[in-house]
Structure formats: structure tokens, C-alpha cells
Ligand binder design. Structure first.
Ligand SMILES: Nc1nc2c(c(=O)[nH]1)N[C@H]1C(S)=C(S)[C@@H](COP(=O)(O)O)O[C@H]1N2
Ligand SMILES: [Mo]
Length: 299
């Protein structure tokens, strides 16, 4: 039986309250509502990283490229009210409120490994809903083959967008439809039993645990169903280094570094490196989607 986070740590509330204060402006804006999620057989029983680690070591270039920049500067993001424009090859296009796409009553707790392409990793107790449940609300049309996602474009709320950093804002990501419909793929609206902090992609972000972290796009404002592979930010920036698939694969190195091992954040300077697993340890669930594909070419 899987325990939920609150069952494992009765002191979670005390700890997260401290973290809440430590994380500064960005999370003070989030209401201190306790969210609960049904436990899931997809959760790992590995020890989650602390709330402090998860909310102070981030990649969110819209707020700067330093790991602490998102925690320091994301207070300018206004995650409420927020709607997601779902369009393209769907029966019911329109603007959907976050509370309708991911009602509190539907939330599941998914404790997932997150493996960044930069070779660090964490374990994060997300709260969210299957992306499939959201796509079913909009009604996917038969010809649709891909799903594309866009982050908010607003340099006033996201000052990092004033600098190009080679990125053609907004940040964009995409999945094949079968990947999008896979039960491991979620849209997260919370973590550690609370509303998603701004630095983690408030109010709603993608989580695809078998792919490098850059696929898990934050602060989503648009989801579009298409019949062509959509452009994706890191591939557009440097396609020789970052592909569309971006499946975690210890056998296919990044041109500038090995992907064979990873540094687990918080595991300590000495004991911190561990082997990276194929599909980030989710091979039993996802490998069949890539049967017959050359994963060295489709990186
Ligand atoms: N919009 C947007 N989404 C993003 C990013 C970003 O810079 N902008 N960084 C990605 C990368 S590289 C990683 S590793 C994860 C990090 O998620 P976390 O900060 O919640 O751990 O977010 C991904 N989603
Ligand atoms: Mo990343």
C-alpha cells in the first residue's frame, strides 16, 4: 500500500510552513490551502526532496537563468485568475479555467522522479490530474497526432522574457498524442499538499516523468492539438543537443556531457551521484511507445 505524503510525515505542515516563509514573496502570494490528492500506484517510494529544495533549485528562464532566480523573482507572476486556451483539432475549443481542468476533488498525488538534462535529479510529490482527462474535456478529433503547449508571454510578469537568451518566447513544448494520453503524464497544480508555488510553474504545468525536465513546461496558457510535430523551445534553440523526444536515456550522451549518472539534489556532496535509469525508471510503463525507434537518432 502506498502512503500519502501527509501519512509519512506528520510534521509536514510544520516543515512546509517554515519553507513557505523561507521561499519568500513568490509563495506568500499562494493561499495557504491544504490540498489532498488520492494516492497513486504510479508513485515512487523513494524519499521526496524537501519543500525547500524543490522550491529553491529551479529552472524557469522567464525569471532568470540562475537556480535561485525563480524563487527570488517569480513574485511578479499573477497565477490567479488563469485560464488555458485549448484549441486546434478539438471538438470543444475555448478558454478553460484551471479550477475546471483540475478540480480539487480530482487531484491525485504523484510522487515522481524529475531528471533534468543537466544531470541533476529530484523526487517531487506533485498534485495533479492526468493530461488525458483534460484533453477528453476538450474532445480530441481523430486526425490529431500531437499536442503543443505554450507558457505565458508577458515580460511584465516574466521579466526574464526581456532578454532573448536565444529563446523565441514564449517557451513551447510538445508531445506525441500517445505520450500525452499516457497515464503517467499529468498537469500539476500543486506539490507537497499546497498550491503550486510560482517558481514551479503556477498555476498549472506539465509533468512527463520519463523525459528530461525541459519537456515539463510551466505556467501553461495554451494547449493546441495538431497533426504536425510542433516546434519546441530547446530543439529550436539547439537541435543538435536537444530533440523533440528527450526521453531520459543513459546510453545517449548529451554532446557536451555524459547522461550515464545524475546528481540527486540533497543527497550530499559525496554520496550524491547515482546511475541514470532508462526512461528515468519508467521503462516498464513507456518503452512500448518507442518500439522499433532508433533512440540515438530520436533523442
Ligand atoms: N516555461 C518554462 N518551463 C520550464 C522551464 C523554463 O525555463 N520555462 N525549465 C524546464 C526545465 S529545464 C526543468 S529541469 C523543469 C524544472 O522544474 P522545477 O523547477 O519545478 O523542478 O522545468 C522545465 N519547464
Ligand atoms: Mo532541465
Amino acid at each position: 500500500m502506498k502512503l500519502t505524503w501527509s501519512q509519512i510525515t506528520p510534521e509536514a505542515h510544520y516543515l512546509s510552513r517554515r519553507a513557505f516563509i523561507a521561499a519568500g514573496m513568490a509563495s506568500i502570494a499562494a493561499p495557504a490551502i491544504a490540498l489532498t490528492g488520492k494516492s497513486s500506484a504510479f508513485s515512487t517510494d523513494e524519499k521526496p526532496n524537501s519543500f525547500e529544495e524543490i522550491t529553491n533549485y529551479n529552472n524557469f528562464y522567464e525569471f532568470g537563468t540562475g537556480k535561485t532566480d525563480p524563487a527570488t523573482y517569480s513574485g511578479s507572476l499573477r497565477p490567479q485568475p488563469w485560464s488555458v486556451k485549448i484549441g486546434g483539432m478539438v471538438d470543444r475549443p475555448g478558454n478553460y479555467g484551471v479550477e475546471d481542468l483540475a478540480p480539487d476533488s480530482a487531484l491525485e498525488e504523484r510522487i515522481y522522479r524529475l531528471r533534468c538534462v543537466e544531470a541533476w535529479s529530484m523526487v517531487i510529490p506533485w498534485l495533479g490530474v492526468p493530461l488525458a482527462s483534460v484533453l477528453e474535456k476538450a474532445g480530441v478529433q481523430p486526425g490529431a497526432k500531437y499536442v503543443s503547449f505554450q507558457t505565458l508571454l508577458d515580460p511584465e510578469q516574466m521579466p526574464g522574457q526581456r532578454a532573448s537568451r536565444g529563446i523565441d518566447w514564449p517557451y513551447r513544448e510538445g508531445l506525441r498524442l500517445d505520450e500525452a494520453m499516457h497515464p503517467l503524464t499529468i498537469l500539476a497544480t500543486g506539490l507537497y499538499g499546497k498550491v503550486l508555488p510560482n517558481q514551479n510553474g503556477a498555476p498549472i504545468r506539465l509533468v512527463v516523468p520519463w523525459k528530461y525536465g525541459f519537456k515539463s513546461i510551466k505556467s501553461i496558457v495554451a494547449i493546441t492539438l495538431t497533426d504536425m510535430q510542433p516546434g519546441t523551445t530547446w530543439k529550436m534553440l539547439q537541435s543538435s543537443e536537444y530533440g523533440f523526444y528527450a526521453n531520459v536515456n543513459p546510453q545517449v550522451d548529451h554532446p557536451r556531457w555524459s547522461q550515464a549518472t545524475e546528481r540527486r539534489i540533497g543527497a550530499g556532496l559525496l554520496g550524491g551521484r547515482q546511475e541514470t535509469l532508462m526512461f528515468n525508471g519508467y521503462a516498464d510503463q513507456v518503452a512500448s511507445m518507442y518500439a522499433g525507434m532508433d533512440l540515438a537518432k530520436n533523442y
